[in-house]
Design a binder for this molecule. Structure first.
Ligand code: MN
Length: 475
């Protein structure tokens, strides 16, 4: 159980020089408001608020967000009102608490209600992303205490976590949150598969832990010899649910998973990352096609790291992940850690939302049929993504199976409407070709064209392109 002392200790680390009175006041206020309320698990309600706020503090979120985390259930579950929150904590905290409350509890009560909740969520996210980050922290603690919930509700909550909240965390680059939510939901949603994967992992880890430790020591020695002394080397074990999903892709053969255990090397500066990669490749032979430079070419969600898989001694393959401390923080906490977003005012009034979120907001406005809306959201938000490039080298992230037309409409509605052809990797190709990760896509346009071809509706994969084409055809 997380206590107020724990929260204060965490705050002292990251906010040492700041006035944390707002958070202290929020704690006392929430304690009073929830006094006498117990959760189904038996503990005082305030511990749920504390766990939520603690999670936010771990992600180094700003103080108003942490205060809102403490207060997030007050207006809904106690005698205190939104006005009380506003009077005592000001309009920023008030807006956040209101945003979280408005999301309500995503209850599956048929299709209509489900669609309505998704629509609400995207609207709230587009107004202030901090709202969904609080919601994720709230959900994480609810998942940790899911055993205290009535049995018939458990499966539904766990399913929502897997299908909605984990993918959203993923899209926000919050990798730690994503994997934690998945692993918490896994045993409830797929109990048999969970037991199977846990068993497989246990056997494998037993035989591999010692071996990985040897590799770590060897690496440490090698780095020291080359005057790199401040590298932090750990072994990271692949999480259960992502192992499960990979097993399904690899014919259920655990021996085909190369990154079950990876060695992670964290250093202070970028130059060291590349030196270390060179040293590793000199010492062990890299696997062809497994060297990935996400530092020069970050993933669209911001992820940066060098990855390589090498044949170590005894012919075993090990993946190395090399990155700086800053990259590591951003990989773990995503948008919540991105100082750049904080500086740019990503949170709050003058924010600039990521493209995929802008698209979802657009879809929620233009597609009124609920069944179709859900289909598009699931597809655009949760499908496997590919990364393709513009001729200028900008990365565009699209769902698997997307075509040059999807790409064109992603760039701009006009580019879509005026499209007369496409080049993939400098070769002319048809507009319905499925793009692959790494493709460079160039759209040929004719400026005098105004409207899309009605047949195109069958050639696009994204809900975004479909809704744009439909909208244009109506005109
Ligand atoms: Mn809550």
């Amino acid at each position: 159980m997380i206590t107020f002392e724990d929260l204060k200790r965490e705050l002292a680390i990251n906010y040492g020089d700041r006035d944390i009175n707002l958070v202290i006041k929020a704690f006392h206020f929430a304690t009073e408001a929830h006094r006498g309320q117990l959760r189904r698990t038996g503990e005082d309600y305030i511990y749920h608020a504390l766990a939520t706020a603690y999670n936010l503090a771990l992600m180094k979120m700003d103080l108003p967000t942490i205060a809102a985390g403490l207060l997030h259930d007050v207006p809904e579950d106690t005698d205190f009102t939104f006005d009380d929150i506003k009077k005592n904590f000001g309009s920023e905290v008030y807006t956040l608490v209101k945003g979280v409350t408005k999301l309500g509890h995503l209850k599956y009560r048929g299709l209509e209600r489900y669609a309505e909740n998704l629509r609400k969520m995207f609207l709230a996210m587009s107004q202030d992303l901090r709202v969904i980050i609080i919601k994720l922290a709230d959900r994480r603690h609810n998942m940790e205490t899911l055993d205290g919930v009535r049995e018939e509700k458990r499966l539904r909550i766990a399913q929502e976590t897997l299908e909605i909240f984990a993918p959203i965390a993923n899209r926000l680059g919050m990798f730690r949150m994503k994997t934690e939510l998945e692993d918490l939901a896994f045993p409830y949603v797929y109990p048999k598969e969970y037991a199977w994967v846990t068993g497989l992992m246990k056997d494998r880890l037993k035989s591999e832990t010692k071996y990985i430790e040897k590799i770590q020591k060897e690496t440490q020695k090698m780095l020291a010899k080359n005057d790199i002394h401040d590298a932090h080397i750990t072994g990271r074990v692949k999480t259960l649910y992502s192992t499960y999903k990979k097993l399904l892709r690899k014919g259920k053969d655990i021996n085909k998973i190369y990154d079950l255990i990876a060695v992670r090397i964290i250093v202070d500066d970028v130059a060291d990352c590349y030196s270390i990669l060179g040293l590793i490749h000199k010492r062990w032979t890299p696997l062809k096609g497994r060297v990935k430079d996400f530092i020069a070419q970050p993933k669209p969600n911001g992820y940066q790291s060098l990855h390589t898989s090498v044949f170590t001694d005894f012919g075993k393959v090990v993946e190395f992940q090399i990155r700086t401390k800053k990259m590591d923080d951003e990989a773990e906490y995503g948008i919540a850690a991105h100082s750049q977003y904080k500086e740019m005012g990503m949170f709050g009034k003058h924010k600039k939302n990521p493209r995929w979120l802008q698209h979802l907001v657009e879809i929620q406005k233009t597609i009124t049929d609920n069944a179709e809306f859900i289909k598009h959201v699931k597809h655009d938000l949760f499908a496997n993504q590919i990364f393709v490039f513009t001729p200028m080298g900008d990365v565009v992230e699209l769902p698997e199976g997307s075509t040059p037309l999807d790409f064109a409409y992603y760039i701009h509605t006009d580019v879509g409407n005026q499209c007369i052809g496409a080049k993939i990797n400098d070769h002319m190709s048809t507009l319905d070709t499925a793009l692959k990760s790494g493709d460079v896509v160039e759209i040929l346009t004719n400026k005098s064209r105004k409207y899309p071809n009605p047949d195109w509706i069958h050639m696009v994969k994204t809900g975004m392109a479909k809704s744009k084409i439909k909208g244009q055809l109506k005109k």
